[in-house]
Every structure is written in C-alpha cells, then in structure tokens.
Design a protein around this ligand. Structure first.
Ligand code: SF4
Ligand code: SF4
Length: 149
C-alpha cells in the first residue's frame, strides 16, 4: 500500500483508543483474573511456587494457612491454574479490573487446614490375586478317571 494512503487513513481514521470505562472485547478463552475457591484449596502452596510474578503469597501457620492474590502483580499467565491439582483456581475470561493504588485489589483468605483424606485399603498383592483367579478358572478333576497316559 502506498505510504501516503496509509498515513492519510491513520490521520483521518479516528481514534482507536478506548476511553475508560469502555473495555476491549475479549475472546472466549481469554485469560483474566484468577479466581480462588477456598472450599477446594488444600493448602499445598504449589501455586505460590509456580507464580514467578509473586502475585500469590502463601503463609503456613499452626492448623491454618493464609493464601493471598494480588491482581496488580499478576501477568495472567495461568501457570498457577494449571498447577492446582485440586481445581481451586480458575481464570475469568474478562478484562481484569482497573486499579489506581498498588495492592488495592489484593485479597487474602485465612483457612483452617483440612485433615488428610483417609487412605484407601491396601490392594491384595498381584501374585495372591492371580492364584485366586487360577483356582477359580481350573476345571474340577475326577479322581476316579485316573487321568490320561
Ligand atoms: S490454590 Fe491449589 S495449588 Fe494453591 S495452595 Fe490451594 S490447592 Fe494448592
Ligand atoms: S496467572 Fe500467572 S502471574 Fe497470575 S497469579 Fe497465576 S501464576 Fe502468578
């Protein structure tokens, strides 16, 4: 395209900047604000170690722990969500909120540690299981027949 035409289009094309509070449209899988579900969190702290932006803070205490999230430090990379095996984290598919003061969006939750889930009963050893299966599958032998020669 001719550079002059391009310049004229830019000069007379109007503003492309959105004025607040208008927000840009996002796609369905847009990664926005991290959402925390305290009922699912087990306090493993994996999310804190996966967050290289230090947006997530975790402090362990006796019988409780404090989980915090500051969207002002978040890059919305999604690493914390991917790493949470208990599905306590998710991401909104909306533009993150605007803030004017550092830390004003930060949220903290102090939660009681959950007792560990009961362990399932140990499974029977494989060799013992196989012996049981073989006995059940073998045909009953007739001692009177004397067998085959
Ligand atoms: S949010 Fe998930 S990864 Fe983070 S402490 Fe809770 S359970 Fe662990
Ligand atoms: S989305 Fe990324 S930057 Fe934001 S809290 Fe999670 S790991 Fe940290």
């Amino acid at each position: 395209m001719n550079i002059l035409i391009m310049l004229l289009k830019n000069l007379w094309g109007g503003s492309r900047t959105l004025l607040f509070p208008a927000r840009p449209k996002v796609t369905e899988r847009f990664r926005g604000l991290v959402q925390f579900d305290p009922t699912r969190c087990t306090g493993c702290a994996i999310c804190k170690f996966r967050c290289t932006s230090r947006a997530i803070d975790f402090k362990g205490g006796k019988g409780e722990f404090t989980w915090s999230y500051d969207p002002g430090q978040c890059t919305f990379c999604g690493r914390c969500v991917e790493g949470c095996k208990d599905h306590a984290l998710s991401q909104e598919s909306a533009c993150p909120p605007v803030y004017t003061t550092i830390g004003e969006l930060k949220k903290s939750y102090t939660l009681a540690r959950k007792p560990p889930a009961p362990r399932p009963a140990p499974a029977a050893p494989i060799a013992a299981k196989a012996a049981v299966n073989a006995t059940a599958a073998a045909p009953a032998t007739n001692p009177a027949s004397g067998g085959t020669q």
